[in-house]
Design a protein around this ligand. Structure first.
Ligand code: S3P
Length: 415
């Protein structure tokens, strides 16, 4: 079996969430094309609709009639989505909305004080279940703050900046390492007064609503990474990945694959609505190990499960450190990666903030615990391509959180 073909992906999940939210803030009708088809982005859409924003489909496009938010009459169900919860906490706090946020078991176990702490410093009155969901926010007068975030998190940065849109004065956030910068880029493109200076971003209260816009969301590089890995791992494989977002805060996986010796060529690269986009060719070549440390982590945080699979087939010792944030994602991804890869026969050692893999090793089929985490399900489906025997996932359906079409597309590529 080889992996061959050409793929174009639905829109990047981070940009899709933001485009719905920013369109909701804008006066008039915005048109979004190629929005993510994942369940997470549907959670954002439903929450915005519950706040009085009209959203409908026109063919493959999504139309958002934004402007005025109202208090939702029911709790906002954020499902499995950390981005929905955290960004909407900031955005709705800034718009003076009363709302209760709820989510599934995974989301209800994730830390939310990283958002509530800065928002309460801005004046937000809220209640939470010990820093977790359910959270209720009350209409409060917010004032700008200077916030030093202890974590390199785009969700924290974005929540504070979005609250800052409705807070008096200036709001600034400084982060320890640059996290994905879509909020800053998109708001700048929409004419918001926002200044980026190294690791600090400052936003001014916006006195007028945003103007409506049209956006075609670039393909999701985090989804592309699974298929790139499939082609990189299986001998004689080659695929073309079209229209992939190449924002430098998101290309850590592709840089890592290249450093590991993976076959990669950028065929075209261009800019579209302020973002770099590229068409890529990925092909099989022998792989070697890589070291990843804290400064690299934000650029490939969501790709570490699939990098672990690559590392099992690479020659030498791969060390991933400084990735403690993986423990508070949709599941404890360090535990999920180590437990499942051990079951498949990999040589892996669990660290507090990462793992060490010695490769290459033959992987065998196994029953895999996904922990209902989409990226664990997709990573181990790719591992099956180089394993002797079948990989049985306990919950394959969870891939729909980011890419419902995942298994069909993977089948199509197998030749
Ligand atoms: C995201 C930021 C990252 C990432 C998540 C999406 C975003 O989370 O893991 O999948 O869209 O802002 P953190 O900001 O918590 O690192």
């Amino acid at each position: 079996m080889v992996i061959k073909g050409e793929l174009t992906f639905p829109g990047d999940k981070s940009i899709s969430h933001r485009s719905l939210m920013f369109a909701a803030l804008a006066n008039g009708e915005s048109r979004l094309s190629n929005s993510s088809t994942g369940v997470d982005v549907q959670s954002t859409r439903k929450c915005l609709e519950a706040c009085g924003i009209k959203i409908w489909n026109d063919g493959n496009d999504v139309i958002v009639k934004g402007g005025t938010f109202s208090n939702p009459s029911e709790p906002l169900d954020c499902g499995n989505s950390g981005t929905t919860t955290r960004l909407l906490l900031g955005l709705l706090a800034g718009q003076g909305i009363n709302a209760t946020f709820i989510g599934d078991d995974s989301l209800s176990s994730r830390p939310m004080n990283r958002i509530l702490d800065p928002l309460s410093k801005m004046g937000l009155i809220s209640e939470s279940n010990n820093g977790k969901l359910p959270i209720t926010i009350h209409k409060s007068e917010l004032s700008g703050i200077k916030y030093e975030s202890p974590v390199a998190s785009a969700q924290v940065k974005s929540a504070v900046l979005l609250a800052g849109l409705g807070a008096s004065g200036k709001t600034s956030v400084t982060e320890p390492t640059l996290s994905r910068d879509h909020t800053e880029k998109m708001l700048t493109g929409l004419g918001v007064n926002i200044i980026v200076d190294g690791l600090s971003t400052t936003i001014l209260k916006s006195s007028s609503p945003l103007s409506s816009f049209k956006l075609s969301v670039p393909g999701d590089p985090s989804t592309a990474a699974f298929f790139a890995t499939a082609a990189a791992l299986v001998p004689k494989s080659e695929i073309k990945l079209n229209h992939v977002l190449a924002n430098p805060t998101r290309t850590g996986f592709f840089s890592a694959l290249e450093k590991m010796g993976g076959g990669m060529a950028c065929i075209n690269q261009w800019e579209e609505t302020g973002e770099l986009i590229c068409d890529l060719k990925i092909f099989h070549q022998p792989l070697q190990s890589i070291n990843i440390d804290e400064k690299d982590v934000p650029g490939l945080i969501d790709e570490l499960p699939i990098i672990a699979i690559l590392a099992t087939q690479a020659k030498g010792k791969t060390e991933i450190r400084g990735a403690k944030e993986l423990r508070v994602k949709e599941c404890d991804r360090i535990h999920a990666i180590c437990k499942n890869l051990k079951k498949m026969g990999a040589d892996i050692e669990e660290l507090d903030d990462g793992f060490i893999i010695n490769g290459p090793t033959n992987l065998n089929g196994a029953e895999i615990e996904t922990f209902h985490d989409h990226r664990i399900a997709m990573a181990f489906s790719i591992a099956e391509l180089v394993a002797d025997g079948d990989v049985e996932l306990d919950n394959p359906e969870c891939a729909s959180i980011s890419y419902p079409e995942f298994y069909d597309v993977l089948e199509r590529l197998k030749q």
